[in-house]
Each structure stands twice: as C-alpha cells, then as structure tokens.
Design a protein around this ligand. Structure first.
Ligand code: ADP
Ligand code: ZN
Length: 536
C-alpha cells in the first residue's frame, strides 16, 4: 500500500480516492505544483491534506494552508484533530497568547497543517518564521484554497491574495497547490498569473452535475409560476428560492406561507439571530423552503435540497452555477428552475452601469452578464452551454428543458429591424428617447394618447409590426438587449422620477442592415400557463 493510500484509510477512514484525487496527490507528494479546479463537494481538501501528512511523515515539514474563510479553518482543524492530525490555525480570532503558542509549536516542528488567513501569511513576522523553517528544510508545502480570490473580476476578490506570489519568489523549491471551484477561463488565467503558477500542472474536473435538471422559462407572473412549479413537482420538499432584493425576499416568503408552505426568509438585513435560527431550521427540519438573497448558501451543506429556484436572474454564470449547485448534493434528481424576463436584463445592465467601478471592470461584468443571457435565451442544450462556459465540451444532456422539449424557434430578424428603426425614427423626429411600452405601441399601431401627443402615429414605422404580439416583441427586445444591439438610456423627469429608455448602439447596425439574424424561442404558448380549454 502506498503511503498516500495508507493515510487515506488510516487517518481519514476512506476506501478509495475519488476522481482525480489520486493523480493530484501523487503529483504534489512528488514535489510538483498543481492547480486544481473541482466543483464544490468534489473533495478538494484531501488533495492537500493527504500530501501534507505524507510529506511530514517523510521529514519534509509543515504544510501552510492559506484560507480566507475563518469558519472553514475552524471546521477543518477540528476535524483533523479528531482524526489525530496535528493541525492549528492563525487568524484574528486568536489572542496574542494563543498566537504565540501556535508560532512556538510551528517553530518546533510540531504542526503538520497550519491554516492561516492570507493577510497573516504575507506579514514580515510570519515570513520570518517561514524563513527559519525553510532554512532547516521544514517547509513542506503551500496549499492555497479558494484560489479564485486572486482574481479581481470575481465576486470574492481579496487583494491580499495578490501578495501570495511572494511564496513562490521566496521559497521557489517548495511545492504549491492552488484549489478553486470557480473555473471559467478568465479566472483560471488570473490564478496562473497572480500566483505565478505557470509551471503548475492543471487538474480540471468535470463541473457537470448530471442529476440537476436545468430549466429556464419566461417570467410572467413569478409568484404564480413559482407556486405552480413547487406545487406540481416539489410539494413538501426542501428548496431554496433566490431573489434579488431583501424586500422581494420578505414578500415572497410571506406569499408562500400564505399559500400554506413552510417558507423562511434569509437576507443580510435580518438580525443575526433570526438568520441563524432560519438556517438551523432549514438544515434540521424537512420540507422547508428558504427564500433568500445570495447572502444564503456559502458553506451550507444540506444534501437533500430538491430544488433551487431563481425568480430573479443572477449576475453571471458563475453565480448561477454556484447557486443551482446547492441542489441535489446527494446525487438524487433535483431541479434548477429560473424565471427570467426583460426586466431582469434591464435591472442587471443598470446595476453595472451605475456601479462606481471603472470602465474596464464594467466591460468584463457586461461580458459575463451577456454569457448568462445567452444561456437563458438558448434554444439548444443548457448543459452544453453551461459546461462550455467552463471550457468543457459535452453532448446534449437529455436532462434539461431544451433537450426534453425542444423549443419551437421563430425568425425574429424582421421584427428586430422594425423595432430598431422605430427607435431610430422616434429619436430622429423628436430628439427624444422612449421606453419599451411606447416603442411597441408605435410598432403595433396603437394610437395611444401619448403616441398622438408626440405625433408618432405619423412615423413611417407606425403599425408596421402589427402582426407581432407584445410577447413576441418583448422577446426580440430581450434578445437585442442581451446582445448589446440596443442600449438603455436613463431619462430623469422634472419631478425627479427616472426611467429607462431605448437607444441605438454600435451593435444595432448589423441588425438594421439585415446582416445579423435574430432567432428566438417561441415563448408564448410553450412556457406559459396552460389555460383550461373552453368547451366549444
Ligand atoms: P470541496 O472542498 O471540494 O467542496 P470537500 O473536501 O469538503 O469538498 O469534500 C466533500 C465531501 O466529500 C467531504 O465530506 C469529504 O469527507 C468527502 N470525501 C472527499 N474525498 C473522499 C473520498 N476519497 N472518499 C470518500 N469521501 C470523500
Ligand atoms: Zn440538455
């Protein structure tokens, strides 16, 4: 039995390695650098814990684990103690006495795994300690957990992670293993650059969660749609419903309770004890629906969550993947259901536009949003798209809405051109921009008071799109917005009320010229509620 297998059995009590664990562990024990991309729950911890123990048994010294999550450090050190492994942590929860005590044990070579916060690792005091160990050949391995924190484009950016490059510069011969569950190409590149892992072997696991069925439908009446989804498919089962705002969380939780479900709210605005209480109940009791903002979920490991529903769209695919990934950890069938509409696109774009971030950052955020919109608008396999975003190629899955019920597709090119020319004509005639409702009224030939007030019934495009339903035009607009072929322009009235209007962009031209076609899913009948048919 190899030393690694021995540790696996003897210390951790497991029969065999899972997926790529063995290859990673062998590589690191032999002194190689590694970048590990593995989905949450894949078993990343063992990838450095086993080498840490094997290397220390071989007289190679301590493993320093950099981790940004204090709660996680505590859990892991506790679990290692129970398994009889010498582990400790250094972070802000220790007082001066305790810190000194850990440092002394470290210097004496009594620790196998030392967990430390990134801001701690890069202090002079700590580096001096490491220098001493290094000089005696007692610095065995660096493990950098949550390595995506080095990427400034991600949601967990930690500036201190940038300074971890010093570990490579100062201790060039000490192997390093970086681990993350965020795997898009941009983040991966940032990790390699930021942590100087150019020489590291990359171990990329599949990010597929085959038991999760992905479904995205058009948002009409979100509460009714959500209720129907739960009622028909998940009555009495545990699930999470994600919303954009605290207010919506409160409203929706109340509405679900009124409908007879056991629903609890969770968002950062609730008192800490209420949050804790609701979380505990969700974990302990059966069949609770947690209505939450994205504040809920980090580090929550409940195996039997049968569905995750989004009534508002997340910011990007990473967010969507992480949140939906909380369903079906036990490997049994689970649903990821999302209702998404034009307003989601408008809201998300506005949040980016109005954020105080720099232009470069905003451009990256817009690109990430667009990728999610493309997933939402897709007429082909969702999983192929999702995994494709993480750089994985796959075959149509047979377990998403589009595979199970291929959507009818219609050609919206003509409607798109007419919409864009209406926006153009209106602006040409009055120098003003208008909202979606007004533009659609003109195109559909509805001479409303407002249309007449501006004389827009005289425009050449008035009534030119009478054959299109409002739902169809909304779909076209959503897709144009998603593709950046139409832009939003904020208008503030004298009363201080502001709203979004439509404006042409650079990206409008190819569509106007008919060089770019617009294919849309037929949403009206397919995704909508089935109305009871009247007897004729
Ligand atoms: P990650 O950090 O990738 O989210 P963890 O390291 O927390 O995942 O592992 C997830 C779960 O899988 C843990 O309960 C862990 O004990 C278990 N696990 C990991 N590797 C194995 C293995 N080889 N055999 C059995 N269970 C494992
Ligand atoms: Zn599919």
């Amino acid at each position: 039995m190899s030393p690694a297998h021995f540790v696996l059995h003897d210390v951790f009590g497991y029969e065999q390695f899972r997926g790529p664990q063995q290859a990673i562990i062998d590589h690191v024990i032999a002194g190689g650098d590694a970048l590990v991309l593995m989905p949450t729950g894949g078993g990343k911890s063992l990838c450095y814990q086993v080498p840490a123990i094997v290397r220390r048994d071989a007289g190679l010294g301590v493993t320093v684990v950099v981790s940004p999550l204090i709660a996680l450090m505590h859990d892991q050190v506790g679990a290692l103690h129970e398994a009889g492994v010498e582990a400790a942590f250094l972070n802000s929860t220790l007082d001066w006495q305790q810190t000194q005590d850990v440092e002394r044990r470290l210097a004496r070579g009594e620790i196998t795994l030392l967990y430390a916060a990134p801001e701690r690792v890069t202090t002079d005091r700590f580096l001096t300690l490491l220098d001493g160990l290094h000089a005696r050949g007692q610095l065995g391995l660096f493990a950098i957990d949550e390595a995506h924190c080095v990427s400034q484009w991600g949601h967990d950016f930690r500036p201190e992670y940038r300074q971890l490059a010093v570990l490579h510069e100062r201790y060039a011969g000490v192997p390093r293993i970086a681990l993350t569950a965020t795997a898009d190409a941009l983040t991966r590149e940032d990790i390699v650059q930021g942590l100087r892992l150019q020489q590291a072997r990359q171990f990329v696991s599949s990010f597929d969660r085959p038991n999760i069925r992905y479904r995205i439908e058009e948002k009409k009446e979100p509460l009714t749609q959500l209720m129907r989804f739960i009622d028909r498919e998940h009555l009495g089962e545990a699930g999470v419903v994600y919303c954009q705002s605290r207010k919506r969380v409160e409203e929706l939780a109340q509405a679900l309770c009124d409908a007879g479900l056991t629903a609890l709210p969770y968002h950062a605005g609730l008192p800490a004890e209420v949050r804790q209480q609701n979380q505990d109940r969700f974990l302990r009791e059966d069949g609770i629906v947690m209505v939450a903002t994205i504040a809920f979920g980090m580090g929550i490991d409940k195996p039997d969550v049968r569905f995750v529903a989004h009534v508002d769209m997340p910011k990007n695919i990473e967010g969507y993947y992480q949140e939906t990934g909380r369903a079906g950890r036990d490997g049994l069938p689970a649903d990821a259901w999302m209702a998404y509409g034009l307003q989601d696109v408008v809201n998300q774009r506005r949040m980016i536009d109005e954020s105080p971030a720099g232009e470069e950052f905003k451009a990256v955020m817009r690109g990430k949003l667009d990728a999610l919109l493309a997933l939402a608008e897709a007429t082909d396999c969702r999983r192929v798209r999702l995994l494709g975003y993480f750089g994985e190629t796959s075959e149509p899955c047979g377990n998403c809405d589009n595979c199970l019920n291929p959507p009818a597709v219609w050609d919206g090119t003509d409607a798109a051109r007419k919409l864009l020319s209406t926006i153009y004509r209106v602006h040409e005639a009055s120098g003003l921009t208008f909202g979606t409702g007004h533009i659609m009224d003109i195109l559909r030939g509805k001479a409303t008071d407002k249309v007449q007030q501006f004389g827009h019934e005289k425009l050449s495009t008035f009534g030119l799109g009478a054959q299109y339903s409002e739902a169809q035009l909304r779909g076209v607009l959503r897709q144009l917005l998603a593709a950046g072929a139409v832009g939003l322009h904020k208008v503030t009235t004298e009363g201080g009320h502001s709203f979004d209007t439509l404006a042409l962009t650079e990206g409008s031209r190819p569509v106007l010229r008919g060089e770019q076609s617009v294919l849309l899913r037929e949403t009206t009948a397919a995704a909508g509620p089935k109305k009871p048919r009247r007897a004729s």
